[in-house]
Design a binder for this molecule. Structure first.
Ligand code: SF4
Ligand code: SF4
Length: 135
């Protein structure tokens, strides 16, 4: 499974290499989505954790024991309706029906049906669909 988290490092934790231990000690791979860490100063880092659910849960417990604040990052799709030309390309890859063309030939987006699979993001020729991350 994959899980995106935001880490906040207190001032006295920015020099400890705790993130490096995720793969070594917990069998959890990670990619850094963004980071703003300066030694001796408060910092934050967003990670995508990849591994089995138990290993990821244990790795997060470890990070919290090390004094870091850990929160899940939620994702949602943002659609810029003003730029959309209702070409329909995105509806072809949306398996849940969250994106559809209505009887007026307009695109509609039902966020309740969206599972944030991100399939639509790359196919829009006008880049009107994007993923927003919030911690
Ligand atoms: S992220 Fe997936 S489910 Fe959501 S609108 Fe795009 S294709 Fe449909
Ligand atoms: S692919 Fe882009 S322009 Fe075309 S209908 Fe979907 S959001 Fe609109």
């Amino acid at each position: 499974m994959k899980r995106k988290v935001k880490l906040i490092f207190p001032t006295d934790r920015t020099q400890k290499p705790v993130v490096a231990r995720l793969s070594r000690d917990f069998n959890v791979d990670f990619s850094i989505l963004n980071a703003q860490i300066t030694n001796g100063m408060h910092g934050d880092m967003s990670l995508e954790l990849i591994g089995n659910a138990g290993d990821i849960a244990r790795s997060i417990e470890f990070l919290r024991d090390e004094g870091l604040h850990v929160s899940d990052i939620s994702r949602h799709i943002v659609w810029d309706a003003q730029k959309c030309t209702a070409c329909g390309c995105c509806t072809a890859v949306c398996s849940t029906g969250a994106l559809s063309i209505n009887e007026n030939a307009e695109l509609t987006f039902d966020s309740e049906r969206c599972v944030v699979c991100e399939q639509c993001v790359g196919v829009c020729p006008l880049n009107t669909l994007s993923v927003n991350y919030e911690a």
